[in-house]
Design a protein around this ligand. Sequence first.
Ligand code: LIP
Length: 284
Amino acid sequence: DPSPDELCRLAVRLAGQAGELMLSHRAAGFSVASKSSPTDVVTDADHAVEELLRAELARCRPGDAILGEEGGASSGTWLSEHRARDERGAERSDGLANPVRWLLDPIDGTVNFMLGLPHYAVSIAAQLHGRTVAGCVLNPVSGEQFRATLGGGSYLGDRRLIGPRRVPLAEAVVATGFGYDPGLRARQGEQVGRLLGRVGNLRRQGSAALDLCALAAGRVDCYYEGPLGEWDFAAGLLIAEEAGVRSSGLYGRPAGTQLVAAAHPDQAAEFFDLLTELGVAKPD
Ligand code: LIP
C-alpha cells in the first residue's frame, strides 16, 4: 500500500496544478450551466479542473478508484491480473482490489468562483481501504494550502494547525452552509434562525472544504452542514480532525453525507446537543 505521506504529496502537487488552471479560467472567462436547480451551478472550469486531476491520477497512479463531483465514480482496477474466482468461476469479492480511492471536488465554492468572490478551493482526498488518510485543500486566490495525513497532523503551509479556541457556545462563531433545494434552504434557514440566539455569530462562506479548514485554523469555532457530497468534506474533515477537532453525524453516527458537525472537543457535546434540538439531522 502507498503511504499517507506519498498520497498527500501527490494531492498537494495536483492541487497546485488545479489552482493554476482555475485562475486561468477565471481570468479568461468561463461558461456556466445549472445542475439540480438554478442555484446549483457548474462551470466549464469545474469540468476542466476535474479532467486535469483525473488525467494526472491515471498517469501517476493508474488503476486507483476515483469519485469526482462532476465526473462521478470510476472503479479501481484489480491489482493482480488474475482475478479471484471461486470453483464455479464466479468472481470472488475478496480479490486483490486496488485499495486507493480519490475524492475530487475540482472547485468547492463554485458560486463564489462564478461571482468572483475570492473564497473557493480545490479539494483532493485519498482513501486507503475506505478510510481517508491524506487530503489537500487549496484556495488558489489566497495561495493558502491546507493539508493533512492520518495521524500526521494538519498544516497550513508549514504551520501546524491546532484547531479552534475553547469558548462558551454562547460566544462561538459557527460556520454553516445551505442546500440548493429552495424547500431545504427554507427549513435550514428556520433552523439557523433558532441557532443564532444560542451562539455568538454565524459565517456562511460558501465552501464546505474551506469552512472545515477555517475550523482547523481556529478562524471559526464550530461547523455544521448537510447534506454534502463526500467530495465536499473528505479532505477538509481530515484536516480539521488532525487539528484536534471532534466530529459527528449526530445520533451516534460518524460525520458523513447527511451531516458534518465539528467543534472543539470541550464544546462538541453541547454543540451536538444543540444541533439535535434544532433537528438539523434525523435519527436513522
Ligand atoms: C458547495 C459547498 C458549500 C455548500 C454549497 C455547495 P460546491 O459545494 O462547499 O458548503 O453550502 O451549497 O454545495 O457545489 O460549490 O462544490
